[in-house]
Design a protein around this ligand. Structure first.
Ligand code: NAP
Length: 541
């Protein structure tokens, strides 16, 4: 987010300690508005969330006197005035906006909180022109609720979308950010079992992190939109290389390309880091004995930001190959000499009845995001690979009663993980397939089939986590006529060149071993080829 010379998204990563704090101080000092905060708590519930609010706010108040804090008990007249009924609730600048935070800005959400303070302090929504046009069309109140979790890397994007809307249209749009770890009871009321999830006027408008313009459009239409077509007069950016996808392959390619002197842009619709961002622990990336997936991503992004401009939350909706190639996003158009597709892969679906209907209502594809909602509950983790075992261990350690369900009698996961699984005592249902996921409002049970005995049984469960591999994200590639391999990956030569001159591929979308370290290697190779090809274009020979 660009604002008054600083980027909230990038700044904590760049955190050069004191320099970053000074930059923050200067940014707050330039802001025209004060930011009054009202914290409502209950004496009987002075929990970690209430305390975290005080701590985080105190840290910000040390940087600026523009933030003021008043704390009230829920029984206080002020609570009635502001219609606050749950603890802790943080009401933000109530004279100007209708924004409140139920829970505390911890973990991933600290970034959201900083962005929120910057928006409110500047009085500028920082929404794109396209978004503002959509918001102008809203002519009736919208009460937005976004459910988030401190451990969810996708959540800040959706929460900030809500904040931008509420700051842009304070006359009609209100926002409640609800931390599901603090208030699982409210999440239950909405059957919100997967984060982020957004409602407006009690209607579902978005599941998962949406590109900003897609969120605004969903908010206006009061139904989830999947695509946003920008006006034709969108901004045009000229580049040597446009990278589509901000996972390890795209990030590494960006670093190599810029260091070679190429004018480069990196576009990522979703959370940066791809699958790694939701991997609980990575233990095989050289230099790190053990590192949280999101931490590793932050380190990589921090590094990349030293060189490259990242266009995050912006979805590529079309590519027109040519000279130059055109890459159309939800926000602008890149005219570029070359394109690198590092689009990675999307999680595979099981394809059984109930899966789609109960997605976000007990069916989950992200243990790090949604695990906290299932503490002390009974869930199944489906799959036998590295991801399923890592995530089963993660759930087990956070107090979820998890059972692994695998369709064969041996796991595909590495020996080290298999050993940890055995030692953890997590039960495993071998040779077992899920045939149906059952429940009305939310998952209540599953139908199991033992493929050795041919027996069918029903097992009660509160949740079903699916970690059964990935399918390559080749939608754009197919649309523009790139050749695919028999397995459905982008076909390319040893130099990562596809069949369309000037368009390249790197990372999981090419298939192969699908390790973080191989993805970064492929990204570096592709960037070096692109550099050589731009100097000496093979397509002109
Ligand atoms: P994976 O290795 O492809 O394993 C998928 C698992 O799901 C397999 O056990 C498979 O069963 C099962 N499965 C597939 N389709 C199924 C279906 N329809 N019904 C039931 N089960 C099904 O996927 P992954 O574990 O997500 O890993 C993906 C890649 O990422 C792998 O190459 C892995 O090594 C890599 N990875 C790397 C790291 C790292 O670098 N640190 C971390 C995690 C994962 P079968 O065994 O019977 O085929």
């Amino acid at each position: 987010m660009e604002m008054a010379g600083m980027e909230a998204n990038a700044a904590p990563n760049r955190a050069d300690g004191q320099a970053f704090l000074n930059q923050l101080r200067a940014t707050f000092a330039q802001m025209p508005n004060t930011i009054p905060l009202l914290l409502f708590t209950e004496k009987s519930r002075d929990d970690v969330f209430a305390q975290a609010n005080r701590q985080v706010i105190r840290a910000f108040r040390e940087l600026t006197d523009k933030i003021t804090l008043h704390e009230y008990d829920l029984s206080h007249e002020k609570a009635r005035q502001h219609n606050v009924t749950v603890s802790p609730t943080l009401v933000i600048a109530p004279d100007q906006y209708n924004i409140r935070w139920i829970g505390a800005p911890m973990g991933e959400e600290a970034r959201t909180f900083l962005e929120l303070l910057l928006l409110v302090g500047s009085g500028n929504s920082n929404a794109s022109e396209q978004s503002l046009k959509v918001l102008e069309r809203i002519d009736a109140p919208r009460h937005v609720k976004v459910f988030i979790s401190p451990s969810c890397p996708y959540c800040p994007q959706e929460a900030v979308n809500g904040a931008k809307a509420a700051v842009a249209r304070p006359d009609l749009i209100s926002l409640e950010l609800i931390d599901i770890q603090c208030r699982p009871d409210i999440a239950q009321q909405y059957a919100a079992q997967s984060v982020p999830v957004a409602y407006a006027n009690e209607t579902l408008i978005g599941q998962g992190a949406q590109a900003e313009e897609v969120f605004m459009s969903s908010l206006q239409k009061l139904e989830p939109q999947t695509i946003f077509i920008p006006d034709v007069d969108a901004e045009v950016v000229e580049t040597d290389l446009t990278i589509v996808g901000g996972g390890p392959a795209g990030i590494t390619a960006a670093i190599y390309a810029v260091r070679s002197g190429l004018k480069t842009a990196l576009v990522e619709a979703n959370a940066l880091g791809g699958q790694v961002a939701t991997t609980p622990i990575v233990e095989n990336y050289p230099g790190f004995t053990q590192v949280g997936g999101k931490t590793l991503v932050d380190i990589m992004v921090n590094h990349a930001l030293e060189y490259v401009q990242i266009f995050q939350g912006e979805k590529v909706i079309d590519i027109k190959p040519g000279t130059p190639h055109e890459v159309q996003t939800t926000r602008r158009k890149f005219m570029t000499k070359t394109i690198l597709l590092a689009t990675g892969a999307s999680h595979r679906m099981l394809g059984v009845p109930g899966e789609k209907r109960l997605s976000g209502r007990g069916v989950s594809y992200c243990a790090t995001c949604d695990g906290p909602l299932f503490r002390d509950k009974k869930v199944l983790m489906v799959g036998g690979g590295n991801s399923a075992v890592t995530e089963a261990l993660h759930l087990h350690h956070m107090g979820v009663a998890v059972t692994l369900v695998h369709r064969r009698d041996t796991l595909r996961a590495q020996e080290f993980l298999v050993k940890n699984l055995k030692e953890s005592g997590i039960p495993v249902l071998w040779n077992t397939e899920i045939k149906d996921i059952l429940g009305e409002e939310r998952v209540t049970s599953v139908e199991l089939f033992n493929n050795q005995t041919n027996e069918t049984s029903t097992m009660p469960a509160d949740g079903v986590f699916l970690s059964i591999g990935y399918t390559p994200a080749v939608e754009l590639a197919s649309k523009i006529g790139l050749e695919l391999t028999e397995e459905g990956y982008i076909a390319r030569d040893a130099k990562h060149r596809t069949n369309i001159p000037g368009i390249y591929a790197a990372g999981d979308v090419e298939g192969g071993y699908k390790q973080i370290v191989t993805a970064t290697g492929m990204g570096a190779e592709a960037a070096m080829t692109i550099f050589e090809d731009i100097i000496n274009p093979y397509w002109q020979q």
